[in-house]
Design a protein around this ligand. Structure first.
Ligand code: A2P
Length: 292
């Protein structure tokens, strides 16, 4: 079983660099997928209140008896100080834990940033109370991070954003690095690009990535995950296929050269696959997160 490197967060907490992602994994498939991931050696799972599968993640982890780093996210509909404290209660109960390892705000609410700040203040409270081991954000752009840091007392440990070879968000990564905020890549192998309507190839068929993969006898997915690890990022590849789940973890026994890393950096199209962070509003994206 591969040994996964750890990253140390800005408050000293250690986190396995590769986590198993379950975005869009239906609840009925989540338990089996998480079991396969734990069998393959993952010890870090990334979920979110909005994914609707926290309970199944918790069940698979509890059944395994393993010590697993659990990361989840508060949805925008639960922003506000008291609401976010209650959001923690809901997520912890569904996950079946007393303490969550890493709790993130899922999105900034640029049109109601005061509410975003209140939600973050609740995360700071949860951290002070020992209910979470680390706190952070997701999909925060530089202006959102700047506005948050203006009042925050705790610097977010993590900013989970879309990062893959076709969309690297360098400026957000650089801002994070300057402030001690670890970038964690969602859609790390570019899954979000597989369905894009443009004529562009998907990252899995990219000729540059393909050539590097052939040179090492590896797959394009493994090359992209190496790229993340060697550039110091956390990444949360998702899959529901046991062979690919294991494949995505078998990335610790080869290394890309500086030229190969640069060749992958050069593939950035600047085109976002996911929703535009500034377009996230309660009106457009709000939906109630069920009680535990
Ligand atoms: P599947 O669940 O059938 O494996 P991302 O995390 O970058 O968004 O990518 C997720 C997508 O990539 C899913 O469609 C997943 O499908 C697919 N996928 C995951 N791992 C691999 C892999 N090693 N090779 C090819 N496709 C993969």
């Amino acid at each position: 079983m591969p040994t996964i490197p750890h990253l140390t967060l800005n408050n000293g907490v250690e986190m396995p660099a590769l986590g198993f992602g379950v975005f869009q994994t239906p609840p009925e498939e989540t338990r089996t997928a998480v079991e396969a991931a734990l069998d393959a050696g993952y010890r870090h799972i990334d979920t979110a209140a909005a994914y609707g599968n926290e309970r199944e993640v918790g069940e698979a982890v509890a059944k395994s008896g393993l010590d697993v780093f659990l990361e989840t996210k508060i949805w925008i509909s639960d922003y506000g100080y008291d609401q976010t404290l209650h959001g923690f209660d809901k997520s912890a109960a569904k996950l079946g834990v007393e303490q969550i390892d890493l709790l993130l705000l899922h999105q900034a609410l640029p049109s109601d940033f005061a509410r975003t700040r209140e939600a973050y203040r609740a995360l700071e409270r949860l951290l002070a109370d020992g209910k979470v081991r680390a706190i952070g954000v997701s999909n925060f752009m530089v202006d959102h991070l700047t506005a948050l840091l203006d009042r925050a007392t705790v610097v977010p440990a993590v900013n989970q954003i879309e990062v893959h070879p076709y969309f690297a968000q360098r400026e957000v990564q650089d801002f994070g690095a300057e402030h001690g905020i670890l970038t964690q890549a969602w859609s790390p192998i570019g899954g979000i690009t597989f369905y894009r309507d443009s004529g562009h190839t998907s990252t899995l068929q990219d000729p540059v990535i393909g050539e590097i993969a052939r040179a090492y006898g590896r797959t394009p997915a493994q090359v992209m995950l190496r790229w993340h690890l060697q550039q110091g990022r956390s990444a949360i590849p998702k899959s529901t296929n046991p062979a690919r789940i294991a494949e995505n973890l078998a990335v610790t026994d080869f290394a890309l050269t500086a030229e190969q890393l640069a060749a992958i950096d050069a593939l950035d199209t600047g085109k976002r696959g996911g929703p535009e962070p500034d377009a996230v509003t309660l009106e457009a994206f709000g939906r109630a997160i069920p009680e535990a």
